[in-house]
Design a binder for this molecule. Structure first.
Ligand code: PGA
Length: 250
């Protein structure tokens, strides 16, 4: 299977422009020989300096969120075209912190995915169940809803430009990682769902990343799973050496 392996760092609300530049200059030589795609989702204010620092490296810079409108009276928001013009190439959409802390709905998330494609960004659509949902055996129905709603009205062609991240909410920033089998079970479910929605060929090509307390110590056993095509890494991406270790094990 020749799916793209993507290792994406999600810095969340960490690092200013200078810190971003220093980090990227240190990371670049450590991952220069890697065959995986190295993505960094940096804060809006660090996009331009990160893009500059990442020039002539294999590091791709993106954003952590965007608004669904092209422009207009949305104080404090940012559009996909602004991100693209700043040099961002991808955007995380529907991260669980956006869904739960900022109450973003599946409908809003879907609109953002559609807009990101218009703006020539690669969307990484995040999905994941909460702890109570897993305990109530609702993991699959929750994931099914988030995928179906999140990818609504996406054309057969555009879907090839999307990536998915499965991030169980109970594993994000908690130190509790899903076991490789727990993660693989959901990744397989997502791939089957994508096959039903878009056909087998598309489903076999889409990269499905795992996220939630990924660190150098658990990278190897997770990446060995058939349907895990990379990671979305929060905490462990803040340190150059730990992020490089994750990348170089994939
Ligand atoms: P974590 O975050 O690696 O710190 O658990 C992952 C994420 O929120 O994308």
């Amino acid at each position: 299977m020749s799916r793209e392996i993507i290792i994406a760092g999600n810095w969340k609300m960490n690092k200013n422009q200078q810190e971003a530049e220093i980090y990227i200059r240190a990371l670049a030589p450590l991952v220069a020989l890697s065959k995986v795609s190295v993505y960094l989702a940096v804060p809006f204010t660090a996009i331009e300096s990160s893009v500059r620092a990442a020039k002539k490296t294999n590091i791709v810079i993106g954003a952590q969120n965007m608004h669904d409108a092209a422009l207009g009276a949305f104080t404090g928001e940012i559009s996909g075209s602004m991100l693209r013009a700043s040099g961002a190439e991808f955007v995380i959409i529907g991260h669980s912190e956006r869904r739960h802390l900022f109450l973003e709905s599946d409908e809003f998330i879907n609109k953002k995915v559609l807009r990101s494609l218009i703006d020539d960004l690669i969307p990484i659509l995040c999905v994941g169940e909460m702890e109570q949902e897993r305990e109530a055996n609702l993991t699959f129905p929750v994931i099914e809803r988030q995928i179906k709603e999140g990818l609504k009205n996406i054309s057969g062609e555009d879907i090839n430009r999307c990536a998915i991240a499965y991030e169980p909410v109970w594993a994000i920033g908690t130190g509790k990682t899903a076991t490789p089998l727990q993660a693989e079970e959901v990744h397989q479910f997502i791939r089957e769902l994508l096959s039903d929605l878009f056909g087998k060929k598309v489903a076999n090509k889409i990269s499905i990343l795992y996220g939630g307390s990924v660190k150098p110590e658990n990278t190897k056993e997770l990446i060995q799973q058939d349907d895990i095509d990379g990671f979305l890494v929060g905490g462990a991406s803040l340190e150059v050496l730990s992020f490089a270790k994750i990348i170089n094990q994939c």
